[in-house]
Design a protein around this ligand. Structure first.
Ligand SMILES: C[S@@+](CC[C@H](N)C(=O)[O-])C[C@H]1O[C@@H](n2cnc3c(N)ncnc32)[C@H](O)[C@@H]1O
Length: 313
């Protein structure tokens, strides 16, 4: 494709290779799971429209990198600039980091409102980005292989003029229907970022990793699954939360484990519950005391014995 496009537009009009990356679920096969598609960006001439978009700084960027002016020496090495008094020099106002050629946009999920059932349908979010960087409101957008019409829907939402072509008449009908009421599903993942889905504390993650678990987010009953099956079925792991009594934790894990058809469940107990002695522990549940909890209760016991001996002695 790249060779054909180089012939068509001229090599010097190649602008970028954009990687559209997404997470995908698939059964493991030999080799790497494919998680991206490639978009070739060409212009007709050197004189092309380009609207730079900006993204947020990476979490590793420090305040100096954002604020301070930098200079390069003759060897091209960058360092911070200081004025004659030795004070730092504040750089010009920045808008963020210019958009790179790697775009993380979730694949349309099976329940997305914008999904039409067209096999090669792309997310509106992806086409919007392409249209935004290369056109302004009122400009014309042309998609000669428009399929379910995602480009046209994105162009309409962004107030561009649009034309689509497809040799498949049912695709054209679908486009017309879609354009009557354009729908764009807003990805929660994109809005809040993947980190918002992470609900575990560092301590909980350490325990789950120590046990060799896959971590489960956003589930009250299960915090992870052992990677190894027992009796050909999954084993669910839960860590008792500070706001849960031991009985509540047992109950939540037992119910969740039944729903997920687990052979066993493992509860990590982190505190004394109020009704411990009355809590019936299901026969397929293993209860382990979390190390800190174990240490505290052991120290208490040891110190009781020690105090008695000490006082006797
Ligand atoms: C990958 S799909 C486009 C999917 C689209 N981006 C979407 O989001 O739905 C490619 C489309 O090109 C159309 N097509 C293939 N060869 C064509 C041709 N020679 N002329 C017009 N359309 C063609 C196919 O019918 C198909 O709908």
């Amino acid at each position: 494709m790249r060779i054909i496009l180089d012939d068509e537009f001229g090599e010097s009009n190649f602008r970028s290779e954009i990687i559209w990356a997404y997470k995908r679920w698939s059964n493991a096969k030999k080799g790497l799971l494919s998680g991206h598609q490639t978009i070739f960006f060409y212009s007709k001439t050197d004189n092309f429209k380009f609207n730079t978009m900006y993204t947020e700084y990476s979490p590793t960027t420090n305040v100096d990198q954002i604020l301070q002016e930098r200079v390069r020496n003759s060897a091209g090495k960058a360092s911070y600039k200081y004025d004659k008094k030795g004070d730092i020099v504040i750089a010009k106002e920045k808008k963020g980091v210019p958009l790179s050629d790697v775009w993380e946009i979730p694949f349309l999920n099976p329940k997305a409102r914008e999904r039409t059932g067209y096999p090669t349908q792309k997310p509106v979010e992806l086409l919007e980005k392409i249209i935004k960087i290369s056109t302004d409101e009122g400009d014309s957008v042309f998609d000669p292989f428009c399929g379910s019409g995602t480009t046209l829907v994105a162009a309409k939402i962004l107030n561009r003029r649009f034309t689509g072509v497809d040799k498949n008449s049912s695709a054209v009908e679908l486009c017309n229907r879609r354009l009557e009421a354009p729908v764009k599903s807003v990805s929660r993942l994109l809005q809040v970022g993947a980190n918002a889905y992470k609900t575990k504390t560092d301590e909980e993650l350490a325990i789950l990793h120590m046990l060799g678990c896959d971590v489960v987010q956003r589930n009250k009953g299960i915090d992870g699954f052992l990677r190894k099956f027992y009796l050909n079925a999954p084993v669910a792991v839960k860590i008792q939360k500070p706001y849960e009594s031991f009985f509540e934790a047992v109950d939540l894990l037992d119910n969740a484990g039944k729903r997920k058809k687990c052979s066993f469940t493992v509860l990590i107990r982190t505190s004394e519950g109020l009704v411990d002695s009355e809590t019936p522990i299901p026969p397929n549940m293993v209860v382990l005391n979390e190390l800190n909890f174990q240490l505290n209760s052991s120290l208490l016991k040891v110190s009781d014995n020690y105090r008695m001996k000490f006082m006797q002695g």
